[in-house]
Design a protein around this ligand. Structure first.
Ligand code: 1CP
Length: 347
């Protein structure tokens, strides 16, 4: 019997664990989506949250960037608000805006009325993941969930916001209800991830996109324990865990404490400095500025080389952007980055 290398031996999983790789693995946050004409064609006429619950569409949209760019991992096509939607919260993703909540959480009673996520409602998700794992072969599939804090910002603000002032006000004014809210969201995220792990994903990423608006002390005491609870509740030591947020430079020494293998870094902190801040026990993911992909090829190449060089300071490096692909990005620039990173790092 042959022992064909599977996704558990992939460069993504190996880099996440700090093991030697054949070349630096590359994937892009938001690699599926509006930068791809084939995505826009497939999504036409289907609402975002509808598409996320259709295993055929999820499978096809997830595979599109793998086929086109030759990235080293697929990321499940879904959204961080999906567990809330499946639980029965009235949410719509409005084109050009993002998630909009019909009745935002504004009181302690609203927190206690938040419905729980029943795992048996996630059959579509298990089906999509199993299909993808079969189609992807040796290419790993990354599962994901939204972290309790970032989900709380949408629930409390009612939609996207910049300052997250209502969220912070609630956190300070109602500490007990805040704790209950984040505990519930942690259980729901762990349930959502558990379904994906049981169906065969090779790694998971927790998106705490907006955690960077917090001071280190508030993050450490009021938020991080709940992110840690997601990973503890998942109890899946066999699957590498990635933890990502934007603007988290001051939080980098804390973020690994959630019990993770990889810390995601945005473009604001160079990876060699990030490696110092997180300490030796973690690999890094990042951190090309997504806006660089809108610039000329010479600039792209210079910045990719810099990120690859600075990434060598980390225990392991998963090349990615510092945040999601911008919708105006030329898909050819993404394919080029994959090729260049592979060329620069082939051993
Ligand atoms: O009409 C469309 O095409 C909708 C655009 C879109 C897409 C393609 C949204 C709405 N979500 C998604 C998919 C999605 N969301 C993925 C797919 C996998 C991939 O990366 O290819 C992932 C990982 C997410 C996760 C997500 N959703 C995050 C965390 C990542 C991040 O960008 O920080 C967040 C914050 C969301 C909320 C959300 N959903 C959609 C939008 C436009 C937003 C952001 C709104 C805001 O600015 O607050």
């Amino acid at each position: 019997m042959g022992t064909a290398a599977g996704p558990a031996d992939s460069d993504l999983v190996r880099a996440a664990r700090g093991l030697p790789v054949s070349r630096t693995p590359v994937w892009f946050m938001r690699q599926a989506g509006r930068s791809l004409p084939e995505y826009r064609a497939l999504r036409a006429g289907t609402a975002m949250l509808q598409a996320c619950q259709d295993p055929d569409l999820v499978t096809e949209i997830t595979l599109q960037p793998v086929r086109r760019h030759g990235v080293d991992a697929a990321i499940l096509f879904s959204d961080i608000v999906l567990p809330l939607v499946v639980a029965g919260v009235d949410i719509e993703i409005k084109p050009g805006i993002g998630p909009v909540i019909a009745s935002p959480i504004r009181s302690v009673a609203d927190v206690d009325a938040l419905p729980a996520l029943e795992p048996d409602r996630l059959e579509f998700l298990g089906t999509a993941v199993r299909r993808l794992v079969a189609e992807l072969g040796a290419t790993p599939l990354i599962g994901f969930a939204g972290a309790p804090f970032t989900l709380a910002t949408y629930l409390i603000e009612g939609g996207p916001s910049k300052e997250h002032a209502r969220t912070k006000a609630f956190m300070y004014a109602e500490p007990a209800a805040w704790q209950r809210l984040l505990e519930r969201l942690a259980v729901s995220a762990a349930t959502f991830l558990r379904t994906q792990v049981d169906a065969g994903v090779s790694a998971v990423q927790l998106f705490d996109s907006w955690a960077g608006v917090l001071s280190p002390v508030d993050y450490a005491t009021r938020v991080l324990p709940h992110s840690r609870a997601v990973f503890d509740g998942l109890a899946a030591p066999e699957v590498p865990k990635i933890h990502f947020g934007v603007g988290t430079g001051e939080l980098l020494p804390l973020i690994g404490d959630a019990g993770v293998d990889v810390v995601g870094v945005d473009w604001r902190v160079p990876l060699d400095e990030a490696a110092r801040r997180v300490g030796p026990g973690y690999s890094l993911q990042g951190n090309l500025d997504p806006a660089v992909l809108l610039a000329d090829r010479e600039t792209v190449d210079r910045e990719v080389r810099r990120v690859v060089e600075q990434g060598r300071a980390a225990r392991g490096h998963v090349f990615n952007l510092g945040h999601g692909v911008l919708p105006d990005t030329d898909p050819g620039a993404l394919t080029h980055v994959v090729e260049l990173v592979h060329e620069l790092t082939a051993s």
